[in-house]
Ligand binder design. Sequence first.
Ligand SMILES: *[C@@H]1O[C@H](CO)[C@@H](O)[C@H](O)[C@H]1NC(C)=O
Ligand SMILES: *[C@@H]1O[C@H](CO)[C@@H](O)[C@H](O)[C@H]1NC(C)=O
Ligand SMILES: *[C@@H]1O[C@H](CO)[C@@H](O)[C@H](O)[C@H]1NC(C)=O
Ligand SMILES: *[C@@H]1O[C@H](CO)[C@@H](O)[C@H](O)[C@H]1NC(C)=O
Ligand SMILES: *[C@@H]1O[C@H](CO)[C@@H](O)[C@H](O)[C@H]1NC(C)=O
Ligand SMILES: *[C@@H]1O[C@H](CO)[C@@H](O)[C@H](O)[C@H]1NC(C)=O
Ligand SMILES: *[C@@H]1O[C@H](CO)[C@@H](O)[C@H](O)[C@H]1NC(C)=O
Ligand SMILES: *[C@@H]1O[C@H](CO)[C@@H](O)[C@H](O)[C@H]1NC(C)=O
Length: 391
Amino acid sequence: MKAASSFVKLSLLANIVAAIDPGLTEPESHDNSAGCDCYMVSGPDPGYFQYYRFWDFRAVPNDGNNNYTIAPPPVISSENVGNQSITSAFLNTDSFNADWSIQNGVEDSTANVPTVNSASNVYISRNTSDPNRMTYLNLRAYRLPEFASIAEIDSNQENILHSSIRARMRVLPNLNPLIPGNNASHPVAPGACLGLFTYRSDTQESDIEILTQDPTNHVRYSNQPDFDPSTGNTVPGASSDVIMPNNTFWTEWHDHRIDWYDGISRWYVDGVLAVEKALNVPTMPSALVLNLWSDGGEWTGNMSVGANVTVGVQWIESTFNVSGANPTKRAEKKCNLGCRVDDVSNAGHPQVAFDVTSAGSTMRDGRTTVEWPLQVLLVLWLVYLFGKGVV
Ligand SMILES: *[C@@H]1O[C@H](CO)[C@@H](O)[C@H](O)[C@H]1NC(C)=O
Ligand SMILES: *[C@@H]1O[C@H](CO)[C@@H](O)[C@H](O)[C@H]1NC(C)=O
Ligand SMILES: *[C@@H]1O[C@H](CO)[C@@H](O)[C@H](O)[C@H]1NC(C)=O
Ligand SMILES: *[C@@H]1O[C@H](CO)[C@@H](O)[C@H](O)[C@H]1NC(C)=O
Ligand SMILES: *[C@@H]1O[C@H](CO)[C@@H](O)[C@H](O)[C@H]1NC(C)=O
Ligand SMILES: *[C@@H]1O[C@H](CO)[C@@H](O)[C@H](O)[C@H]1NC(C)=O
Ligand SMILES: *[C@@H]1O[C@H](CO)[C@@H](O)[C@H](O)[C@H]1NC(C)=O
Ligand SMILES: *[C@@H]1O[C@H](CO)[C@@H](O)[C@H](O)[C@H]1NC(C)=O
């Protein structure tokens, strides 16, 4: 659930950090596995999808003297309009800016606790204890007396129509005794919501949400609307409070996934199906949003003043279709070289599942129901022509 009127920002400061052509459609160069024609996923309906992206935050090189070991200073009370600088060159590269907009500015001034997005809450961290000195993207939410300083990145691509999206992420445990509401069994400040979702409007939205007031193994999966604004009642079946499968906890690294198909949504953790829904499945082209917010409303609850929550994201992966006319050749491409996104040896590197191009003759561990009958028909047709003496 997004706070009301959140996506279309009223603030003039919104999007100040990345002025992007809003009509952006698929630039073929963004596809980082150009060899594949189409992409399949694990689960009951492998797809296929036509496009693929992988945004990897695990090996960000030092940015001059910034080795990503020190978090940007928290926003202070007087910084109540956002407008902070982007925290690193990495998050301001042309390729990052082409795909994502870091939100910066007032999000909802009328919430119980007003919300202000800040670019300073989106930053890279390096884990110096990790043997690979891995980096990851951080989102941070921080509660000030007058407002909550929150974080959001939005995809510039707004014409996604059906997708399978994943992020490897965790809410970082923090036992700092100065943070109210933390304890050993719940080492995270309550009152924030981590969201990964497709979004067009408050009634065209499909969510993965982690509420930090929930036990650390509960996750919320919803297709909006999940409540009736005229009565305030919840819509039965639109939102589920699910225990993460396979004894997992959101304070650990896991792959959180949402599949949006025509008429059905499915949610997974580490490739294990958690729940599916046919109710309120979005039907309209959408964008992708990752955010961490708190507005003192019933959904998030309140963060105590002084509390902060940080989320780590190793990578985000999306395979998707787009709506409408597409200027690239890709839309006309047939699914001849099919790649799978799941169960690969290296996340972010789809592997060939089948190859029916003229160059590759072997069928591997998958085939489309579309292409194979066409080939059979072609052979039958050639046999027919041969029989008539045409060939
Ligand atoms: C994606 O688009 C292709 C081409 O239109 C279509 O064949 C395929 O079924 C779509 N995939 C999904 C999951 O809707
Ligand atoms: C990272 O940079 C900080 C500030 O320049 C420095 O104090 C620290 O030693 C560096 N840490 C590592 C692991 O390089
Ligand atoms: C926002 O930041 C820019 C660059 O630092 C500055 O020029 C501008 O005055 C700031 N606007 C507000 C409303 O603080
Ligand atoms: C950093 O690495 C250490 C050692 O591998 C691990 O225990 C810790 O959970 C990592 N921290 C994060 C934020 O992933
Ligand atoms: C979170 O809050 C604690 C307690 O005030 C503070 O020590 C810590 O530096 C904060 N962390 C971040 C990332 O702002
Ligand atoms: C730990 O914190 C959670 C969330 O604030 C709370 O629900 C729980 O009762 C606390 N447990 C203990 C043992 O204090
Ligand atoms: C489920 O948990 C078990 C035990 O921790 C682990 O061995 C297995 O790989 C997990 N399955 C998945 C799909 O993550
Ligand atoms: C959160 O705190 C605000 C301000 O104190 C209050 O108006 C609101 O009702 C609280 N929200 C919840 C869910 O208790």
